[in-house]
Design a protein around this ligand. Sequence first.
Ligand SMILES: NC(=O)c1ccc[n+]([C@@H]2O[C@H](COP(=O)([O-])OP(=O)(O)OC[C@H]3O[C@@H](n4cnc5c(N)ncnc54)[C@H](OP(=O)(O)O)[C@@H]3O)[C@@H](O)[C@H]2O)c1
Ligand SMILES: [Zn+2]
Ligand SMILES: [Zn+2]
Length: 352
Amino acid sequence: MYNAKSYSAVSPASPLAFKTIPRRDLTDRDVQIEILYCGVCHSDLHTVRDEWNSVMPTVYPVVPGHEIVGKVTKVGSAVTTFKQGDLVGVGCLVDSDMSCPNCRDHLEQLCPNGVFTYNSPDKHLGGVTYGGYSESIVVDEHFVLRVPSNLNLAGVAPLLCAGITTYSPMRRWGNIQGKKVGVVGLGGLGHMGVKFARAFGAHVVVFTTSPRKKEDALRLGAHDVILSTSPEEMQKHAGSFNFILDTISADHDINAYLHMLGRDGNITLVGAPEKPLPVFAFSLLFGRRSLSGSIIGGLKETQEMLDFCGAHAITADVEVIPIQEINKAYERLVTSDVKYRFSIDMASLNAE
Ligand SMILES: NC(=O)c1ccc[n+]([C@@H]2O[C@H](COP(=O)([O-])OP(=O)(O)OC[C@H]3O[C@@H](n4cnc5c(N)ncnc54)[C@H](OP(=O)(O)O)[C@@H]3O)[C@@H](O)[C@H]2O)c1
Ligand SMILES: [Zn+2]
Ligand SMILES: [Zn+2]
């Protein structure tokens, strides 16, 4: 065991603050990573504030962070895929049973025994896993990803969650080339959704509550933007979408977006608001529409997404911050004021 500098919160109401945490000694299969950048996902904030208490209560202290990019510093004796100095990423998963039907189908994110990067039981050290707001992490090599060498690393970090979470449902839906695809909410996930939908050849339309984001939506690749607070703008597009990705982090009326779908259209929820979203049956019946959900992606697909980003020069648009600004960043996340992902420069931990 060794100590690593990190930032953690001790209660739902307390700010994140410096803390030293234990990391395990390497097993044969482990990779030790020096963390260079870690993206700030809205899930970090939901967890720190215990907003998902009814599903996944937060165990304190919590060290969030599951958009990790770094450099390999050491590998266990049985590790074959990585060596010291490699650029690597770690997303939301650090372990699974590797034997259930989902794991065998490369869907580790659906494993009943999956272990999340933070706030999951830690079978090595006891307590819960600690995430990427830290100077280093130790992870089983199966859950470590290769990072393309041509991309800006601060902008790669968010791909490990926001990237795969938007890439996977669009791929799974089928070929969206030429289809009318909506992305609801232009935040960390939403702006990646726009980039992928555009790269896949869709006609991309952003739904936003923030008039100030309209120009950015077009710059990021959208063909059109709908101010979702305007009934007139919404009405113009009613019944016209094939597929909509809903990334909203807070309570909202899902029926308003279901009405945007055409025949057999689908809305996939990736946003995870704290409260249930009531669905009016007729929103689904008319048009034979469907509503589904999706959570991150498996390791194989996450690697495919990273390679796709390398080939198409896709990264997140990031505001790089020192970790000392994390609490201010959370306040801005709550008010949808980020362009479009915070990425923590972990070298800032040297000042602690
Ligand atoms: N399923 C998964 O695997 C997965 C993975 C990662 C994250 N998530 C979840 O996905 C959600 C989004 O995460 P994120 O990191 O992208 O968050 P984010 O950067 O804060 O973006 C969320 C966006 O939702 C919109 N929004 C916020 N409050 C709203 C409200 N009251 N009504 C309507 N729109 C609102 C805003 O967009 P506009 O300003 O454009 O309206 C905001 O920028 C979170 O709930 C997160 O936990 C799920
Ligand atoms: Zn996330
Ligand atoms: Zn499994």
